[in-house]
Design a protein around this ligand. Sequence first.
Ligand SMILES: *[C@@H]1O[C@H](CO)[C@@H](O)[C@H](O)[C@H]1NC(C)=O
Length: 501
Amino acid sequence: MGGEAKPGRGIKSWAQRHLNTGFAAGFLLVLLTYLVVSQQFAVTAPNAVTTKGSRVVDKQVIGAAGDAGLEKKRDQEWQPKAAAAEEPDKKDTSGAVPTQESPKRDDADAKPFETDGDKVVCNTDGPVSETCDLDGDVRTNGSALSVTFVPSSPSERREWRIRPYSRRTMAGVDKVTVAQLESPQDPAAPPCAVTHDMPAVLFALGGLTGNYWHDFSDVLVPLFAASRRYGGDVLFLVSNIQPWWLGKYEAVVRRLSRYDAVDLDRDAQVRCFRHLTVGLRLHKELSIVPELSPGGHRLTMADFTAFLRETYALPRAAPVSLAREPGRKPRLMLIQRPHYRRFENVPGIRKAAEAAGFEVTVASPRADAPLGETARAVNSHDVLLGVHGAGLTNAVFLPPGGVVIQVVPYGKLERMARADFGEPVADMGLRYLEYSVAVEESSLLEMLGPEHPVIKDPEAVHRSGWDKVAEYYLGKQDVRIDVGRFAPTLAQALDHLRQQR
Ligand SMILES: *[C@@H]1O[C@H](CO)[C@@H](O)[C@H](O)[C@H]1NC(C)=O
């Protein structure tokens, strides 16, 4: 990302390697959120995506759980497990997943058991995620994917099965068994091989990671919410480990935990902790609900983006001040997608934005670009403009007070667009503007003609289910922006920046 829009060799080769993955991941992204916002369809667990990623194996991030000779073998094994091997929970298929957890409801669902300062709180009824928080004598056996809680006084035997990925319906990610034993002398308690002073967070990779939006929404943001309060003094136990992922997000992971992550599935020794969190909790798509922050340590999505600015040493924490520097032009980054949902008239849009008073950069996502580079490029802008898609995730690097303009393709996609980006962007302290594409601006009109049901009756297409929505509105549509119709949106963005001190 960054610089002018020449889909360079980097993009091409990335695209060739990832074409299928990208398509699949992109559709899964929208599928998930589509399900989230459409109450009328039952949830079917989406298949895992094979994320072959630009393999940035970083051995420093991954703790040596086995010996170095296994490295090669592990490389092969470190692919996500075959999808859909697991039967979905009966409960999970019963209905659509709500967008957001309600703090109140959550408290009611949590099941605490306390004896002498022991505390086990498991939430397996959450609409999106399932997690356990354990305080006391906690022991992990990684290769068995089991967590044993040894109570300090006689207690009730309990067992939970927790999927440590933030979406509980995620097939292809193994569940962890969390068991609370009956007594301190229970022979089932495995002896500790290592006793750790720091707390730990156990979570899984794979799933929908590899899609930029899911990398943040499913893992980075929930992991931040779960671990930030420890100030780096926390150990990450990672199931279904993905070295490329840890490589790509190394700077972030390193700032959350100063220890090497443990490759849990291959960790045969029993580790003992005083505090362990099993699973990541997705509060809200690509955002944080402050009331749900653990440990009374209130966090917001704005805290997350501030953390990213520190992590990547991003210089700008506020947009351009037109009051103090009236001669300066605010900078707008236009994101052009590589495949579908492209702008067909980038030069026209650029001209309109320049006429409105912006300095314009056209950028194309390059998933193999070092994240710090992308972050700095985005941070040097005040406005991000793009058609609905993962590239808008880059809003996390914009200076607060900046503006995101989401162009929503034709086909009644506004609710989904708002859940994915509208709300998160507002939570980041950015101004969110939306431009809904009219049918005349959609390539679908010419492709299908005015009488086609996809053009005439989007509501009916939605009622028919996900397939046609994905096929047409998301997968076959490009947009040609009517710059006259778009001008007020650009003016609104400028007005917002004028109001900044
Ligand atoms: C950990 O689990 C594995 C696999 O179930 C088992 O073979 C091993 O004995 C366990 N280790 C300990 C110390 O209990």
